[in-house]
Design a protein around this ligand. Sequence first.
Ligand SMILES: [Zn+2]
Length: 250
Amino acid sequence: MKSKKKLSIMIIFVGIVALVIFGIFNFVKPTPKISGKNVKAQNSSRKNVISLPEKSDSEEWNLILVNAKNVLSKDPDFQKVAVDQPYGDSGNIYVDQRIQKALRKFRTAAENAGYPTIFISGYRSYDTQKSLYEAAGGSSQNPVLTQRPGASEHETGLAFDLVGQQIWNQVGALQPTQLEAGKDQQWLIINAPKFGFILRYPKGKEAIKQTGIDYESWHFRYVGVKNAEYIMNNNLTLEEYISLLKKAGR
Ligand SMILES: [Zn+2]
């Protein structure tokens, strides 16, 4: 009598457990099969989303895109600070205050590695770019100076021209391959992303579709560390990176 009762209690218990497990299984069961085409589309969009840096968004302040096709209509509004100039003339070179700390770290690290730097050019106002453009007659050999006013990245305060002091003392001009040959310039180019900077106009990416600007081994641009490392590791231009973000709905 006693053992029969025990047995029936046990059967009821096992039944309840089975029902619970069945219920959970049904609850978490994946959604119904989707067609091969859908799987493919889902996988490829998921791949992009996963491989892009977390939380990166094309609307971030440090991802502003300025080029011949994306022209500023006026000076962007940001706080300007003077750049430290331990080796050159001090004074009137400015950048966006938000990149000051990263820029200092970058230059200090270069110096500690044995490569002091010279800051050539930073923020340019719309009017400055306009007079440079007019002075160059639109046909100067210097592609940065020939950018129309509003189309130069220098107007964002996030871009600047930086060279190693040693190679600059030898070359003394913005010559891409000659400067690039310097160990100090190499150090700057390779290590920039650790501090949130990219070499904005890399070699082999000069086509209009991409940067539209010749290789410049001295022109750096702040985009933040996670964006910079992604751009560098994947050999992208800023144009390509922003288009990837937009494709991923960011
Ligand atoms: Zn520049």
